[in-house]
Design a protein around this ligand. Structure first.
Ligand code: 7TS
Length: 416
């Protein structure tokens, strides 16, 4: 394979995009930063950093409380962010978006507020074996509290989900099917329409862990039949602790509140209370206002690039990276076909332990993640304690893939 792709993907002007990300201009030691850990958190463009600064410099006030000008401005910005996020994921009703700190909080919200209310002894919760712990542990809690059983869709040899036994895994006792939209380890993109259909055919609800999917591909909750979608703003150019949950309105309405406190109420007496409608009953206390305003700027940025172009860029870069890693002698986990996978590429390089590899790569300015990626059951299936993982986003280039592969050679010199 050629050392540098013959041409950069035509779809994104990556050189121009990189100008928007101040951190990409810095060095690590004397090496330029090569940031290949966007699956952990993405970098932030000036437009997002600027939106947060402008919020604090001009509009900062608490929302839904004040009648004065800047409080109304803050509320308009916060609710505007809700409308933007709803549109971005294909939800026609902004009230279906609950703001919170992101995927982990959203899954816990559903497992608690939906799970405790609707799960009974003997009911089934269906997950895949490729889930991030944040789409596993909350269901273990819910199962323990209700007597429900957690069952799993296996992972096939090639890193896709093995759906051959789906009709016996999803049964009349299944109440929810909850799967990752994109594996943070394997990059796998499960067929969401098929899984949605399987869930709905037995009257179950369908939850998608959107932490990795929403930043990287066009998502349409209504067209795909997604009942709950969890969203982490910090992985899609937004601030940490931004994002939230999309929920089908009738489901959100039936659920009881998760956290109690200010603003989620309608009327309060000493011994009981009535609650706000959706989404307010799930937004207790002072919310992450500046963060959601920053997320709105991130969505503007992504929409400016176009999500189809974002996905196309990643497909090309992922194919190039897998080709070069395999050529260099690495074992790459997950599907090879970029059509069925995203840009999180896990690998093991020769005899070098991933943690040692990540440490050597850091000396070359290359930032990758090493570890179990909060997916220990999946590591057991892969038969490894950890993997190295490079993950890509809109600002990454083929030259950075080359820098990664060059740095692997240095690790081999040291450990080989
Ligand atoms: N689900 C998936 C598929 C993820 O990749 C992550 C975070 C989460 C859920 C949790 O998201 P959070 O925003 O609530 O933390 N994944 C990673 C990762 O792969 N490396 O660091 C965090």
């Amino acid at each position: 394979m050629a050392k540098v792709m013959d041409q950069q993907p035509a779809s994104l002007d990556v050189a121009r995009i990189r100008q928007d990300f101040p951190i990409l201009a810095r060095t690590v030691g004397d090496k330029p930063l090569v940031y290949l850990d966007s699956a952990a958190t993405s970098q932030k463009p000036r437009q997002v950093i600027g939106a947060i600064t402008e919020f604090y410099e001009r509009h900062n006030a608490n929302v839904h409380r004040g009648v004065y000008t800047i409080a109304e401005e803050a509320t308009a910005l916060y609710e505007g962010a809700r409308e933007k996020l709803a549109r971005f994921v294909g939800a026609s009703d902004p009230a279906c978006i609950v703001f919170n700190r992101g995927t982990t909080e959203s899954t816990n919200l559903v497992a608690h507020a939906w799970g405790r209310k609707f799960l009974r002894e003997g009911d089934q919760i269906v997950l895949s074996m490729a889930e991030h712990h944040s789409n596993l542990i909350p269901w273990q809690f819910a199962a323990r509290a209700t007597g429900a059983e957690v069952r799993f869709i296996p992972v096939a040899e090639d890193g896709t989900l093995d759906l051959s036994e789906l009709s016996s895994i999803v049964t009349e006792r299944t109440r929810i099917v909850a799967v990752t939209g994109m594996s943070n380890v394997l990059g796998t993109l499960p067929p969401l329409a098929v899984l949605s259909e399987a869930a709905h055919s037995v009257g179950a609800v369908f939850l998608v862990d959107g932490a990795q999917l929403v930043p990287h591909a066009r998502v349409d909750v209504e067209a795909t039949g997604i009942d709950f979608l969890t969203i982490s703003g910090h992985k899609m150019l937004g601030p940490t602790a931004s994002g939230g949950l999309y929920g089908r309105r009738d489901l959100l309405e039936q659920m009881d509140p998760f956290l109690g406190g200010g603003e989620m109420i309608r009327e309060v007496w000493l011994d009981h209370a009535t609650f706000n409608g959706v989404p307010g009953k799930f937004e207790a206390g002072t919310m992450n206002i500046a963060e959601e305003v920053g997320l709105a700027a991130a969505i503007d940025y992504l929409e400016g690039l176009g999500m189809d172009a974002v996905r196309e860029h990643e497909k090309q870069l992922t194919a190039y990276a897998i080709g070069r890693l395999v050529e260099a002698g690495a074992t790459v986990y997950g599907p090879r076909d970029p059509e069925v996978r995203g840009g999180a590429v896990s690998f093991w390089y020769k005899e070098v332990h991933p943690h040692d590899l990540a440490t050597i790569l850091d000396q070359e300015g290359v930032a990758i993640r090493a570890g179990h990626h909060c997916a220990q059951p999946l590591m057991r299936i892969l038969g490894v304690p950890a993997t190295a993982r490079a993950s890509f986003y809109v600002y990454n280039t083929a030259e950075e893939v080359d820098a990664l592969v060059d740095a692997l050679g240095k690790a081999e010199d040291i450990f080989g």
